[in-house]
Design a protein around this ligand. Structure first.
Ligand SMILES: Cc1ncc(COP(=O)(O)O)c(C=O)c1O
Length: 392
């Protein structure tokens, strides 16, 4: 027996153009994919460096299974803390230039656990309006007062910080590279403000890890802010091609999270093959810098091509190009039209992005070839005359 509200809710989502369904990908995650039985160009992946299918990661996973087995079957604080967890944490800390690191099961789990471990009732969080859902939920779970400042608006952030009582514990949280817009936070100015108003500074490097800064250490390292950012988190499941997440920071922060962070404490720890792939991926960041160069080359080429066709790609300076459409239904129709042309560029709608800003989230990979990009631009050109969505 299905309760009435479920049918009603699904109907309402369909009418609003917000109904979601799963697409099935066969085979592996490459620059092209087999989606629903058809080969299409993949412009919808976070496999930015192409590491998810790299032979070194496959080998590392196989070796770890042979040596350590498939799972840990316990949390880190019981019997699930293996040598591989600590080896990975040392690699992450060395990459990020921090005293320590702590591995989490996913970026979502990290954010919903970290924030309530740092702040609670009577404290204040200052959060960018476009921060990821996991940060929003972490803020909610913490029960701290959350002040949302307009996207990247440092003047408003300063006004908000000024208004908060000096005695309150404060946390400023922002993504460094925004997941749906591909723009970078003005981090140096945000860090200045956090210091001036004595707030803890937390950043989410989910989409910057592996991509920006020396050896792909992230935006914080790129800007030389490592000593001034209290907490950096990021994922191992996007550019690093595997799964999981990390926090990088001081030894005291690591100890606090081990003792207080519920999403770290009350869950089975990451399994050996996943840890081994992350270690192999970090090694490749040093060994194969040409992947980042290939990615930047592809970003420039596709961005210029889309602009030439008259599409608006916002403020992006990264591997994430938001092709703005507007209404949710129109956006999904455009995405379907591209799919008919053999190009998979996912439409993104509310609640992932604000109403009226639905977009195709086009993402580049280091492993896209010149022919792939040509094919993408041909498809956008073929679809464009049917949709009146141009910037000028
Ligand atoms: C900015 C941001 N933070 C956190 C996450 C969650 O990371 P994960 O996919 O590892 O759960 C994501 C992606 O899903 C993200 O885009």
């Amino acid at each position: 027996m299905t309760p009435d509200f479920i049918r009603e809710e699904l109907e309402r989502l369909k009418q609003q153009g917000l109904y979601r369904k799963l697409r099935r990908v066969e085979g592996e995650q490459g620059p092209t994919l087999i989606v629903d039985g058809r080969e299409v160009l993949n412009l919808s992946s976070n496999n930015y460096l192409g590491l998810a299918t790299h032979p070194a990661l496959r080998e590392a996973a196989k070796r770890a299974i042979d040596r350590y087995g498939c799972g840990t079957t316990a949390s880190r604080l019981i019997s699930g803390n293996m040598t591989l967890h600590e080896a990975l944490e040392e690699k992450i800390a060395a990459l990020k230039g921090t005293e320590t690191a702590l591995v989490f099961n996913s970026g979502f789990q990290a954010n919903v656990g970290i924030i309530p471990a740092l702040v609670g009732e009577g404290d204040v969080i200052f959060s960018d309006a476009l921060n990821h859902a996991s940060i929003i939920d972490g803020c909610r779970l913490s029960r701290a007062k959350t002040v949302i400042y307009p996207h990247c608006d440092v003047n408003r952030l300063e006004d908000d910080l000024k208004r908060a009582p000096a005695s309150d514990r404060k946390l400023v949280v922002t993504e460094t590279l925004f997941s749906m817009d591909g723009d970078e936070a003005p981090l140096d100015r945000i860090v200045d403000l956090a210091e001036r108003y004595r707030a803890m500074m937390m950043v989410d490097e989910a989409h910057a890890t592996g991509i920006f800064g020396p050896n792909g250490a992230g935006v914080v390292a790129k800007l030389g802010l490592t000593e001034r950012v209290f907490l950096q988190m990021g994922t191992l499941g996007k550019a690093l091609g595997g799964f999981g997440a990390y926090v990088a920071g001081s030894r005291a922060l690591r100890e606090l999270l081990i003792n207080r962070c519920r999403s770290f404490i009350f869950t089975t720890s990451l399994p050996p093959p996943v840890l081994a792939t992350a270690i192999a991926a970090i090694d490749l960041l040093y060994k194969e810098p040409q992947r980042r160069l290939a990615l930047w080359h592809n970003c420039r080429a596709l961005k210029e091509g889309l602009k030439r066709l008259g599409f608006s790609v916002g403020q992006s300076e990264s591997q994430i190009l938001p092709v703005l459409i507007g209404a949710a239904q129109k956006c999904m129709a455009f995405s379907e039209r591209l799919l008919e042309e053999g190009v998979f560029a996912q439409g993104i709608r509310p609640p992932t992005v604000p109403p009226g800003t639905s977009r195709l989230r086009v993402t580049l990979m280091a492993t896209h070839t010149h022919e792939h990009l040509h094919r993408a631009l041909k498809a956008f050109e073929a679809a464009k005359n049917e949709f009146r969505i141009f910037s000028s």
